[in-house]
Write a protein that binds this ligand. Structure first.
Ligand code: SF4
Length: 384
């Protein structure tokens, strides 16, 4: 999430608006960016004027930011918030298909490999207030929007309001909400979701084992497995679209095949199952010894799990894994899943014949990557 800093003028409450560089785009929700050295007169009405210069245009007496460095990173149509402290945060990136709303940083689980460790502070009021302004500014042509956390359902009534706002302003946008699924164990809660009737909503729910104590250990929450399993069945009862997400690491690998069979037997209604590689950020670096297993060492378990589910007509994908680590028969399941703003390649990828197809690495991987990374000369025959 892009954060810039400037010096705030003429406002004491946070502001939200859409970036424009066209002086004709006036209105209270347009923030006009004046490039350094450009001195076009600003006499019309905008929500704010943003400039790298040390002073706002002489004719402008409304809110604004001066001394705003790197404003060239802001694109036409980006939705940003401005704080009286001078901080600008990009809430929606117009030229990306991978936008998300962080619903809350609170969570009732505490997963060993959480990439966004929870914070125990009540941020719901502030964030809801923000999204009441942000969501109506997102173009309704937006193809896809994530809702993430923390655990979004902890917003309580705010969760319903957030979904309602999306339904109202973004009726055709595919919504992908990451939740641990535990709140859906309560039938009244799940039925309320059913009453909202949002076919564009997919819930991404993690399940790390077919064995309750192991799942509970990975998520560091006793009873979580029972609640998630019950939640999945309550969601099936209302016809909710669900994706099961499995992070593959040293703790989950030994039972990966059993988990695949457990999913097939108990949750054949799920729309998608993803096996995801570790992201070396958040808690993972602190739990590296517990979690890290070189992917080349778990290829047999991953192959068994993926092929079992695919053979039983379930839609299965592999996320965050590099093609040179996967056997040819798994390539058809590998997706370029890492968000563009945190996606990198290693120097050893230079000249690789399949780089265009490969999802690469998280920027956070640092030196934590497989010993098996090697540039490939050409595509295996099954990829046309
Ligand atoms: S060498 Fe790099 S680009 Fe090529 S398959 Fe491996 S990770 Fe992907």
């Amino acid at each position: 999430m892009l954060r810039l800093r400037g010096i705030a003028h003429q406002f004491e409450q946070p502001l939200v608006g859409t970036i424009t560089r066209h002086t004709g785009n006036t209105g209270p929700t347009h923030f006009l960016v004046q490039e350094a050295g450009i001195t076009c007169p600003v006499t019309d009405t905008y929500g704010a004027v943003l400039t790298e210069a040390p002073a706002l245009p002489a004719a402008w007496t409304g809110p604004g930011l001066t001394h705003l460095l790197n404003s060239e990173q802001l694109a036409e149509g980006d939705v940003v918030s401005l704080a009286p402290s001078g901080q600008l945060i990009r809430q929606y990136r117009a030229d990306s298909a991978q936008n998300f709303l962080l619903a809350t940083e609170r969570c009732n689980s505490n997963c060993l490999m959480c990439s966004q460790p929870p914070k125990d502070r009540d941020d719901t009021g502030y964030l809801l207030q923000l999204y009441r302004q942000v969501i109506p500014l997102i173009p309704n042509s937006c193809p896809e929007l994530g809702i993430t956390g923390g655990e979004p359902t902890l917003l309580g009534d705010g969760f319903w309001e957030l979904l309602q706002l999306c339904k109202q302003h973004l009726p055709t946008t595919e919504l992908h909400c990451l939740t641990n699924g535990r709140s859906f164990a309560w039938r009244e809660f799940t039925q309320r979701l059913g009453e909202l009737s949002m076919p564009q909503l997919m819930l991404g729910i993690p399940l790390y084992a077919d064995h309750a104590p192991l799942h509970d250990y990975v998520v560091q929450a006793k009873g979580a497995f029972d609640q998630t399993v019950r939640g999945l069945h309550e969601l099936a009862a209302i016809g909710q679209r669900v994706e099961i997400r499995v992070v593959v690491h040293r703790l989950t690998v030994p039972r990966l095949g059993k988990l695949a069979r457990f999913i097939y037997r108990n949750f054949p209604f799920v729309e998608h199952i993803t096996f995801m590689g570790l992201e070396n950020t958040g808690y993972t670096p602190h739990n590296r010894d517990k979690l890290w297993l070189d992917p080349v060492d778990y290829v047999p378990e991953l192959t068994d799990a993926v092929e079992f589910l695919a053979a039983h007509q379930l839609h299965v994908s592999i996320y965050n894994h590099q093609l040179c680590l996967l056997p040819d028969q798994l390539w058809q399941f590998a997706r370029r899943s890492i968000s563009d703003w945190k996606n990198v390649y290693l120097p050893s990828c230079e000249g690789c014949g399949v780089k265009e197809l490969c999802g690469g690495f998280f920027a956070s991987c640092g030196t934590l990557h497989s010993r098996g990374i090697q540039a490939l000369a050409a595509m295996p025959s099954l990829i046309n």
